[in-house]
Design a protein around this ligand. Structure first.
Ligand SMILES: [Zn+2]
Ligand SMILES: [Zn+2]
Length: 209
């Protein structure tokens, strides 16, 4: 397994979509196709990757709006936490109806409910439940990478004042990052990426003492 990660910034909110792929087998998965941007499919097709699933760090529209296109093109499922599933399939829950173009994912989904390892050969991922920004937010640890969605950014954290937030749970969620190794690369849902050592140095919200 030689895991590589390609970041593609998509949509009006400049969401980070990540394509993680194994150079040996060409197997791939997509984290948060946040907008149907042709750059996502083009990258996958250009180097002949074989996507096997999509995973959403949470159900916000700017992280799921490209699920439909990618899932149907490759006939692959979307993995999302059970608590955020309504946002994927109910336009009244993801604000898309409010903005004029109701969106509901019509493909296959698989729910995540609980922490631990998910095996999607050849990938072995560790799911960390990190409620706060949304109540069904997850972070995904795989190889040398942590996909932290809108829970953890390099120098701040996600907002927790939204109707679907769980503000009381954010502090506990951030504590779960305590044992992340310094050299793990954090790939957040927006803005830059960086090593966890850099996040710990710059992010005043992380307090492991
Ligand atoms: Zn969000
Ligand atoms: Zn976001």
């Amino acid at each position: 397994m030689q895991l590589n990660v390609k970041k593609i910034v998509v949509g009006a909110l400049r969401t980070n979509c990540y394509i993680a792929y194994d150079l040996d087998s060409k197997a791939a998965f997509i984290v948060d196709p946040g907008y149907p941007d042709p750059k996502i499919l083009n990258f996958i097709k250009n180097i002949n990757l074989l996507p096997i699933f999509i995973i959403n760090t949470h159900g916000h529209f700017d992280h799921i709006a490209g699920d439909e296109e990618v899932a149907h093109f490759f006939n692959i499922p979307v993995l999302i936490h059970l608590i955020d599933l309504p946002m994927l399939i109910d336009p009244s829950k993801n604000y898309s109806a409010y903005y004029g173009t109701p969106f509901a994912f019509s493909g296959q989904w698989e729910t995540i409910n609980g922490e631990g390892t998910i095996e999607k050969s050849p990938f072995h991922m560790t799911i960390i439940e990190t409620p706060g920004h949304t109540c069904g937010s997850i972070s995904i640890l795989i190889g040398n990478y942590l996909f932290s969605g809108d829970t953890l950014f390099i120098d701040t954290i996600g907002r927790t004042d939204l109707p679907e937030s769980c503000p009381d749970k954010m502090a506990e969620s951030l504590l779960k990052f305590k044992n992340i190794s310094d050299d793990i690369v954090v790939h957040p849902g927006h803005m830059g990426s960086g090593k966890f050592s850099e996040v710990k140095a710059r992010n005043r919200h992380l307090n492991f003492r």
